[in-house]
Ligand binder design. Structure first.
Ligand code: KG4
Ligand code: ZN
Length: 404
């Protein structure tokens, strides 16, 4: 190993092609993300075939940009890291094939990383970077409850240091999950039916500030034990997990009902035609409005109120189950990560409630909340130190689970 401990990480599980150079799992020298949002926006969601094609186009330039930003060459690398799942099969395969070819050609060891573990490491990387910059030692490994909340997942894990303090390897136990849609998926679907831009999270996040969150009283009903005791598989494309029957029903999420409730509200209140008129405008200007005037120009007050109420309900439900899990497990530390962790209301309300309960809540930076490769490089570092390298037949595992 060179003295620097440099990892080139590649991420291509969904609609971002990303490469990063991370030093010793704790310092990001470069992080480049090529977003495919403009490609998928007109369809209101990720089109898997288009995603694979865009990854093929972007992977080489993105890796070159990361090396150049970090001021290094392939010869300086100690390892490569790549996301092997969960995600879209064709999209994952682009990153994996590229990383395997590079590993063979340049004789650089390759570490396979679970995308969900990557999201958790986004928070740890952030904590380590802040500590390093302040001249403080690495924050000690301390068990944590992790909420991974993104477009594909709404999963709660108990994360624990694997081999005692200092090594940075963690083990994960699934303690809760969604039975159907992920929270980010609900954001995307609600935004789509309201004629807002894609992905929906940032739009709803921006518009919600200008609405009355008490206007529409959306409620999440308690998950009925019958559903999971019958051993039904969850209706999601997310990672395989242990049977739902083994999980505490208080820690199960379900986001498909609120989407239907929003649809019903839109139809009952005659907001449908306006939603249809909005789509061409949002396609022309893909950035969500930032001022009340701009928001009002796009959406009438009842739509802003609906959006605010939807977000208030989703954030409330994420908090309720996260704190129920923290209480049940005695967790004093909560890590919130994944695309929805970028949400301003979730950050503010969850942080305030954690303080009230004497729990430390940590989020990644905004840039590290959504998909990126720096988190993959950070998750790869302890595996690299432990000599856990990918086998030659590494392939994409679209339903790769995290932990047990
Ligand atoms: O982690 P990510 O980039 O990709 C997946 O692994 O899914 O998460 C993307 C998801 C999308 O559903 C997007 O709408 C949501 O994260 N998202 C947000 C915000 N920014 C992104 N949801 C709520 N508020 C946001 N500010
Ligand atoms: Zn993700």
């Amino acid at each position: 190993m060179s003295s620097r401990g440099l990892i080139l990480a590649i991420e291509s599980s969904c609609d971002e092609t990303a490469a990063a150079i991370v030093e010793r799992g704790s310092r990001t020298l470069a992080s480049v993300v090529a977003s495919q949002i403009p490609t998928h926006a007109r369809y209101g969601g990720v089109v898997p075939e288009l995603a694979s094609r865009e990854h093929l186009r972007a992977v080489v330039p993105v890796v070159r940009a990361a090396l150049s930003d970090a001021g290094i060459g392939f010869a300086d690398l100690d390892a490569l890291a790549v996301t092997s799942g969960p995600g879209l099969a064709g999209a994952l395969l682009v990153g994996i094939s590229y990383a395997k070819a590079l590993s063979l050609a340049r004789q650089i060891p390759l570490v396979a990383v679970n995308h969900l573990e990557g999201h958790i490491h986004a928070v740890l990387l952030n904590e380590r970077e802040v500590a390093l910059a302040a001249g403080q030692p690495d924050p000690a490994d301390e068990p944590a409850l992790a909420l991974v909340v993104s477009g594909g997942h709404t999963h709660l894990y108990l994360a624990q240091p694997a081999h005692g303090v200092g090594q940075g390897l963690w083990t994960y136990k699934l303690v809760g999950r969604t039975l159907d849609d992920a929270a980010g998926e609900a954001y995307d679907k609600v935004a789509k039916l309201l004629g807002l831009g894609y992905p929906g999270g940032p739009w709803i996040d921006s518009l919600a500030r200008f609405g009355n969150s008490r206007a529409v009283p959306f409620a999440f009903s308690q998950i009925k034990t019958k559903v999971h005791l019958e051993g039904k598989a969850p209706r999601t494309k997310a990672a395989r997990t242990a049977p739902i029957a083994k999980l505490d029903p208080r820690l199960l999420f379900s986001f498909s009902g609120i989407k239907t409730a929003v649809l019903r509200y839109v139809e009952l209140n005659g907001l449908r035609a306006e939603a249809e008129a909005r789509t061409p405008k949002t396609l022309a200007d893909p950035k969500p409005p930032q001022t009340r005037e701009a928001a009002l120009e796009l959406c009438p007050q009842p739509v802003l109120d609906l959006v605010a109420s939807f977000q208030h309900a989703v954030v409330g439900d994420l908090m309720k189950k996260t704190f129920a899990a923290a209480e049940a497990l005695g967790a004093k530390r909560v890590l919130v990560t994944g695309g929805v962790a970028a949400n301003r209301e979730l950050r503010a309300r969850l942080t305030a409630e954690a303080q009230r309960r004497g729990i430390r809540a940590a989020f990644p930076t905004m840039a590290l909340s959504t998909d990126n490769a720096a988190m993959i490089g950070a998750a790869a570092w302890p595996r690299f130190l432990a000599g856990e390298f990918a086998a030659g037949d590494l392939s994409a595992d679209p339903a790769l689970a995290l932990g047990v």
